[in-house]
Design a protein around this ligand. Structure first.
Ligand SMILES: Cc1cc2nc3c(=O)[nH]c(=O)nc-3n(C[C@H](O)[C@H](O)[C@H](O)COP(=O)(O)OP(=O)(O)OC[C@H]3O[C@@H](n4cnc5c(N)ncnc54)[C@H](O)[C@@H]3O)c2cc1C
Ligand SMILES: NC(=O)c1ccc[n+]([C@@H]2O[C@H](COP(=O)([O-])OP(=O)(O)OC[C@H]3O[C@@H](n4cnc5c(N)ncnc54)[C@H](O)[C@@H]3O)[C@@H](O)[C@H]2O)c1
Length: 445
């Protein structure tokens, strides 16, 4: 522990990565601080995962009841956007990241509100004050991209969308990645007329098209419109109405959501002055999450690694950094498979080897199946459900993707099978609960 500096470790940025790194350091007796300019907890609890999930739950329930009604009859559930948003304001906005703040306080971590900048490799300035530290972790995350066309300032980002009290009647969504599809699904289920302007010709490019096509068909059937290769040219405002020029066409809207991606926060934070290597993809690190400057590390979304930008990944990295800083390890970071889920209705989730990369590889066996006819899925009214599994030459599961109402939980089960290298024989030795999602998965081995 340092006597030379004010702190042992300062996290620049106070998102999930930083909080889950600083708290264990504080608990171990290290002098740790977090500098956060906007909101403790960063994107996930304030402007991302949690508010999104809060609004998604009723939308997903409404979707489920509509599918159930299709097969078995019964009543529909309507989404009340205004009421849902008030619930979100009460439950989330009133004290976002409340648990994180308590944990930081209990661990003695100093939380400093302000925009920090590196001055040298041991000094950060914030609010005109200089703080010295043995180690720095840059955890500044991502900010929304703004498409580079005239009128881009007329669009809004996901943070704004996740707080609007009144659902726009006509919503145009730019992009077809995670944020676009999740928020478009919620708005569509809540009754908006939604058009997705795609950059290319594929939705959710990282996922198996066998599953994505079924999701797109289902969303289309429920009224959502997709425009491939939309080539957006400009956005105009006439009175309260917005017009988006794309290809040689126009579309009018009440609200345009720019979900064209997110960019790393690497500018104006002093990286150049200190010599930290970075580019527009993020901060470069080695296999110890160390930047080009010896005592400066990076964590979470801001890292350019080609890994998924997800909260549990940022947390995994900061837990590793805690062990590294406290001398519990000097080994390189080793990532287990990283599962991910798009909170659409139905969900689409994946873990392990991407099936599309091994379709023509004799070392793997890819099995694609439609699940909607299987008892568990049919009885629960799941009209859109499918699964893709990838096995290696020794018959071990190495990749799994699912489209269903419980895909995120299905993939968590597959995640354990893959990560712990569980054999078919071991799975067959279990007694399962019947009927259940788990038994549907495990008895299929
Ligand atoms: C709409 C949306 C939904 C999402 N849903 C999910 C989900 O369901 N599941 C999931 O796993 N992931 C989800 N994500 C991704 C998840 O939010 C991120 O992976 C996660 O927040 C990354 O954490 P981080 O700590 O790296 O960065 P962030 O959470 O972005 O935190 C970085 C923080 O640094 C601060 N900062 C930046 N520069 C400075 C500076 N110079 N001085 C002081 N502070 C600074 C910022 O204000 C910010 O609070 C979602 C993202 C979005 C946008
Ligand atoms: N459920 C989750 O876990 C979750 C939810 C949201 C975000 N995230 C994370 O955040 C990251 C960022 O999400 P995102 O949706 O912002 O990015 P993304 O990379 O998933 O999607 C960006 C989309 O914008 C499109 N695009 C890019 N430039 C464009 C342009 N000029 N015009 C029109 N479209 C354009 C891309 O083709 C793509 O479809 C994701 O990679 C993910 O890791 C995770």
């Amino acid at each position: 522990m340092s006597t030379k500096y004010d702190y042992d470790v300062i996290y620049l940025g106070g998102g999930v990565g930083a909080v889950n790194g600083a708290v264990p350091l504080g608990n171990k007796g290290y002098k740790a601080a977090i500098i956060e300019s906007t909101a403790i907890g960063g994107t996930c609890p304030n402007f991302g995962c949690t508010p999104k999930f809060t609004l998604d739950v009723p939308a997903e329930l409404a979707y489920r009841t509509s599918q159930f009604k299709k097969i078995y009859g019964g009543n529909e559930l309507k989404v009340d956007w205004y009421e849902d948003m008030q619930r979100k304001h009460r439950n989330i906005d009133a004290d976002p990241a409340g648990g994180m703040k308590k944990r930081l306080k209990a661990a003695g971590v100093n939380v400093i509100k302000g925009f920090g900048q590196l001055v040298d490799n041991h000094t950060i300035t914030v609010n005109g004050e200089s703080l010295t530290t043995d180690k720095i972790v840059i955890a500044t995350g991502l900010t929304p991209n703004h498409i580079d066309v005239p009128g881009t300032e007329l669009t809004h980002d996901s943070t704004h969308f996740l707080s609007i009290d009144h659902l726009p009647e006509r919503l145009v969504v730019i992009g077809s990645g995670y944020v676009a599809i999740e928020l478009a699904t919620i708005a569509n289920e809540a009754g908006a007329d939604v058009t997705v302007l795609m950059h290319h010709d594929k939705v959710l490019r990282q996922f198996d098209p066998f599953l994505v096509d079924k999701l797109v068909d289902s969303l289309t059937e429920r009224g959502m419109k997709f425009v491939p290769n939309s080539d957006i040219k400009a956005i105009h405002k006439n009175n309260d109405e917005l017009t988006v020029d794309y290809k040689d066409q126009q579309i009018t809207a009440d609200y345009v959501l720019d979900a064209s991606g997110r960019n790393p926060v690497v500018h104006n934070i002093g990286l150049e002055a200190v010599g930290v290597d970075f580019d527009e993809q993020g901060i470069k690190v080695n296999d110890h999450l160390q930047t080009s400057v010896e005592n400066i590390y990076a964590d979470g979304d801001v890292i350019d690694f080609g890994k998924p930008e997800l909260s549990p990944v940022a947390t995994f990295e900061s837990k590793y950094l805690t062990k590294l800083f406290s001398g519990e390890t000097d080994e390189a970071i080793k990532f287990p498979p990283m599962p991910t889920n798009v909170f659409a209705s139905p969900r689409i989730a994946t873990v392990g080897i991407n099936p599309t990369t091994v379709d023509d590889d004799d070392n793997y066996r890819v099995v694609r199946s439609v699940l909607s006819g299987e008892m568990y899925y049919k009885a629960s009214g799941q009209t859109v459900a499918a699964r893709t599994l990838v096995f290696d030459k020794d018959d071990f599961l190495v990749g799994a993707s699912e489209l269903s109402d419980q895909a995120e939980d299905a993939v968590e089960i597959f995640n354990m099978i893959i990560s712990w290298h569980i054999s078919r024989k071991q799975i067959q030795g279990l007694i399962n609960i019947f009927p259940s999602l788990g038994s549907n998965i495990l008895t299929s081995f």
